[in-house]
Design a protein around this ligand. Structure first.
Ligand code: AMP
Ligand code: MG
Length: 420
């Protein structure tokens, strides 16, 4: 993180309310790219981010081969455009073996993936070949073209080309492609370590009885699950007593061993909130009021050299701000070149008659029954209503400062985009 970019003289801090876009730009501008890497085997590569381009040293396929179980034939010019030709079967080529050279006018039994022998120039699927009773020849009752059902050398991958780019987060198909060119290990960025703890004297751990005025600590479980799902190593200090010194101690112990510290709650201006004071005493803190709903307060700073993100305490706000702000920041720290979250356009199935002063991230479910996707709102959109997220399949962005009627195309983020 750049020191100078965190000073409160920065223009973005002079606004009493910051736009969600400026906050995200600022966060991404501060995210440090990773430096540490390690080599992992293909079975351990899922979800990791490549730290170098991967080239292929071979063609795939490495030889012309049959796309079908059938017969391969060495055609001459006289065989083209004719129906009902017969060819003697002189060889049999299963996958994994090689056949002998075929002379013009002869055929060989061939199986999917087997190399097309020298001299052969087409493959006809077995369903289209009539085998003679003694099994020595085939007849084909249609015209035959050159190069039917032959997968040419390098059809998938050409030797020397880049098959996977640095910064790619590896999916099963990527691992398959690496294996197909014989690469058995991949160099990836080391996992980032995220330290978390939680404050609030109202919080009780699930499994214990609730007493008057208390609530269960749900953010703790949401945040740890989200961080694990996005491939972070999590150091969880659990609940920390809502006292300044305890909070300072928790931050100090995490800053020595983590790349990022995250908390939820405790960063509003309430007197019981010590996270703000504790971060300030050890580093720097910027408290942003973001023009968005849910999730107005967001804290960003550093403790020593470790980045700090304080999410709001309300469960929906905390979940949404994780997806919108913390996730792109984390992905950039992981070296992921695709760190921005991607919106798709869907139609709002509701009006917005009164312009909203803050951008709203509303919980919706898509309905495809009329053809194009229509977004329906969950009836309760409060920042405390966690069941809205469980019901929803995504979040729709209701733009600030304007009205619209049903049918308007808006940005929609599937929950999968915001949580992994
Ligand atoms: P705060 O930002 O600490 O003022 O919290 C805002 C709201 O979120 C309050 O209603 C808190 O009780 C609630 N809250 C804070 N932390 C958690 C948590 N870990 N789990 C569930 N609710 C929380
Ligand atoms: Mg609190």
């Amino acid at each position: 993180m750049k020191n100078q970019s965190l000073t409160c003289d920065s223009p973005v801090f002079n606004q009493s309310m910051m736009s969600a876009d400026s906050a995200l730009d600022f966060l991404l501008g501060s995210a440090l790219a990773p430096v540490k890497t390690k080599v992992v085997g293909l079975d351990d590569a899922l979800g990791r981010v490549l730290s170098e381009d991967i080239n292929s040293s071979i063609n795939v396929p490495g030889f012309d081969n049959s796309a079908m179980d059938g017969y391969t034939i060495a055609l001459g010019a006289q065989h083209l455009e004719k129906v009902g030709l017969s060819f003697a079967i002189v060889d049999r080529i299963p996958a994994g073996s090689t056949g002998n050279e075929l002379h013009e006018g002869s055929a060989a039994r061939i199986f999917t993936g087997a190399p097309v022998p020298k001299g052969a120039n087409t493959v006809i699927m077995q369903e289209e070949c009539q085998l003679s009773e003694d099994g020595t020849q085939i007849t084909i009752n249609r015209t035959i073209k050159l190069n039917e059902n032959i997968r040419p050398t390098g059809n998938d991958i050409v030797e020397g080309g880049i098959i996977l780019n640095k910064g790619r987060q590896l999916q099963p198909q990527d691992i398959s492609l690496a294996a197909s060119v014989g690469v058995g290990e991949l160099r990836v960025f080391s996992k980032i370590k995220v330290g978390v703890f939680f404050t609030g004297d109202e919080l009780v751990e699930p499994g214990n009885p609730l007493t008057a005025g208390k609530i269960y600590n749900s953010n703790r479980y949401a945040l740890v699950a989200l961080l694990k799902q996005v491939g972070c190593e999590v150091i969880n200090l659990g609940n920390i007593e809502d006292k300044l010194q305890s909070t300072i101690d928790a931050l100090s112990s995490l800053s020595g061993q983590c790349d990022l510290i995250m908390t939820t709650g405790g960063v509003s201006v309430g007197e019981e909130d010590h996270v703000k004071g504790a971060v300030e005493s050890l580093g720097e803190l910027n408290l942003w009021k973001i023009r968005m709903k849910p999730g107005k307060p967001l804290a960003f700073g550093k403790v020593g050299n470790t980045a700090f993100i304080g999410l709001p305490g309300n469960p929906v706000s905390s979940f949404v701000t994780f997806g919108v702000f913390a996730l792109p920041f984390i992905k950039k720290m992981q070296g992921n070149s695709q760190h921005q979250i991607n919106a798709i356009k869907v139609q709002a199935n509701f009006d917005c008659k009164r312009a909203r002063p803050r951008r709203e991230y509303a919980r919706v479910r898509l309905d495809y029954s009329t053809g194009s996707a229509q977004a329906n709102l969950f009836p309760k959109q409060g920042s405390d209503v966690m069941s809205s997220i469980v019901w929803a399949d995504g979040i729709i962005e209701i733009p600030e400062d304007r009205t619209f009627t049903a049918g308007e195309l808006l940005n929609y983020y599937p929950l999968s985009e915001l949580t992994r």
